[in-house]
Ligand binder design. Sequence first.
Ligand code: 5GP
Length: 193
Amino acid sequence: MKKGLLFVITAPSGCGKGTLRRALLDEYTDIKFCPSVTTRQPRPGEVNGVDYTFVSVPEFMRRRDNDEFVEWAEVYGNYYGTPREDVEKALDEGSIVILEKDVQGARALRRVYPEGIFIFILPPSMDELKKRIESRGTENESEKTLRIESAHREIADLSDFDYVIINTDMERAKDRLAAIVLGERVAHGLYPC
Ligand code: 5GP
């Protein structure tokens, strides 16, 4: 039994999970985010080692072959992996750990960490999600279409998740996420200081 508590946040692209996670971490500084390792190029404002650990494809493959990932996947043509050592170390230290994954990553993590708490972020509507992805300006047309199609698939089955938050308003969604984290911490005897 690990000493810490693991939360996995999942959402289709464009649902604002990165923004939500950053808002939560700004307010609750004892929560630890373990960034994924990825071969994708950084977006403007993303910081290496904070949002993601950005590596080359050969470096990713070296780590994968060395069994350094709890799970890994190819998503939208880039590789993403969950670094085993970072997550295990943080949980062993008794930290509250947050991970951000796609649906397949969350399912794989559920098998490894069945005691984890899995949270799905939903957009207010599919129309709104489409608008958000289209206005983001970080993907080209085919990438946008792919993300919108994937969102429909990902939302089809939420039964594996412990909680669902509808992100209509960022502040309210953040408060709900914080309430879930606090409630689970208390339920597990990991009271915030
Ligand atoms: P983005 O490139 O938009 O940041 O992420 C693309 C997708 O990859 C998102 O759904 C994100 O949650 C997912 N993702 C990020 N890190 C990982 C990971 O380590 N494993 C898996 N399976 N998916 C990830």
